[in-house]
Design a protein around this ligand. Structure first.
Ligand code: ATP
Ligand code: ATP
Ligand code: MG
Ligand code: MG
Ligand code: MG
Ligand code: MG
Length: 254
């Protein structure tokens, strides 16, 4: 083996490029399901929101957080998940490709591994896969704005999808008709359609649909062991409000 390491072929290693991520920055990895529009329909996801699928996404993200203790917060919606690594992490020497490929591949394999526990009467027809990207955010403000951006996206998409699928499922419009009906409408118009035509108050829709899922590490009291234990908890709150950041100071001070 040592002879191999010093072989005349060894020089090819020098063709590899260094991809150490800039220090002192928040590292965000976001993964997103490839063509889940089709994947969800082929696997009979309930529209607009299949809870089994959301819980499976959350389960897969939990798997990633258990493996990488330096992830301080994760945020998921639809077929995507963002993982925030603490600024000072030296995991894999901050090599971007290592972090990105390991997170993406662990997430994908976990999604397949746990599928049966969530979709017990729906078999997996073909392997799902996810793309991933790494983004660096130098300031706390940038990181907060990133997370708010994703959560606003959740809101906009979910409001749209909720009206769209009500028009199709209860209003008997075709997909195209529903789409045309919604062209040029504002949030207020969509809320009004939901309320006047379907008796739905959007604010009463399940919070997991409206806000997405935030996974945080929390210390909780274990009454049996009589000590504090660290657990990863799903929470459903609004990251837009300062209140959120005051309530969970450990995210930024990690
Ligand atoms: P791309 O490969 O570019 O990401 P995509 O089809 O995955 O294409 P997205 O913008 O990522 O496009 O949208 C994901 C789609 O997956 C949603 O539009 C929705 O149709 C479907 N989807 C994801 N999660 C769920 C869910 N929990 N319930 C129902 N449908 C879902
Ligand atoms: P790292 O995460 O750094 O890659 P590793 O344990 O995967 O750690 P590798 O250098 O990639 O280290 O070596 C892979 C190891 O996996 C081998 O040393 C061997 O022990 C085991 N392995 C891989 N494929 C086989 C196989 N087909 N049969 C038996 N053992 C295998
Ligand atoms: Mg994509
Ligand atoms: Mg996708
Ligand atoms: Mg997506
Ligand atoms: Mg290996």
């Amino acid at each position: 083996i040592s002879k191999m390491a010093k072989s005349k072929f060894e020089y090819v290693r020098n063709f590899e490029s260094e991809d150490r991520l800039l220090p002192n920055c928040w590292i965000v990895i976001r993964i997103d399901g490839k063509n889940f529009h089709k994947y969800s329909s082929k696997h009979n996801f309930k529209k607009p929101n299949d809870l089994r699928a959301l819980h499976l996404m959350n389960r897969s993200a939990l798997c990633v957080m258990k493996e990488y203790k330096d992830i301080v917060l994760s945020y998921g919606e639809s077929d995507e998940y963002s993982f925030v690594f603490r600024k000072e992490t030296e995991l894999h020497n901050r090599r971007g490709s290592k972090l990105l490929t390991q997170v993406t591949s662990l997430f994908s394999s976990s999604y397949v591994f746990h599928w049966r526990n969530y979709f017990n009467d729906q078999s997996m027809l073909y392997p799902p896969f996810f793309d991933g990207r790494v983004v660096l955010y130098p300031t706390d403000e940038n990181l907060k704005d990133y997370l708010c951006w994703r959560q606003v996206d959740t809101h906009i998409n979910n409001l749209y999808n909720t009206v769209f699928w009500n028009l199709v499922q209860k209003g008997n419009l075709t997909n195209r008709e529903a789409q045309e009906r919604l062209i040029g409408t504002f949030s207020s118009d969509k809320n009004e359609i939901l309320f006047s035509e379907f008796g739905i108050n959007y604010n009463n829709e399940p919070i997991i649909f409206r806000k997405g899922t935030i996974l945080l590490r929390k210390k909780i009291n274990n009454p049996f062991k009589k000590k504090l234990e660290q657990v990863i908890l799903p929470i459903y709150e609004d990251m837009m409000h300062d209140e959120f950041w005051l309530k969970h100071p450990e995210i930024l001070s990690n």
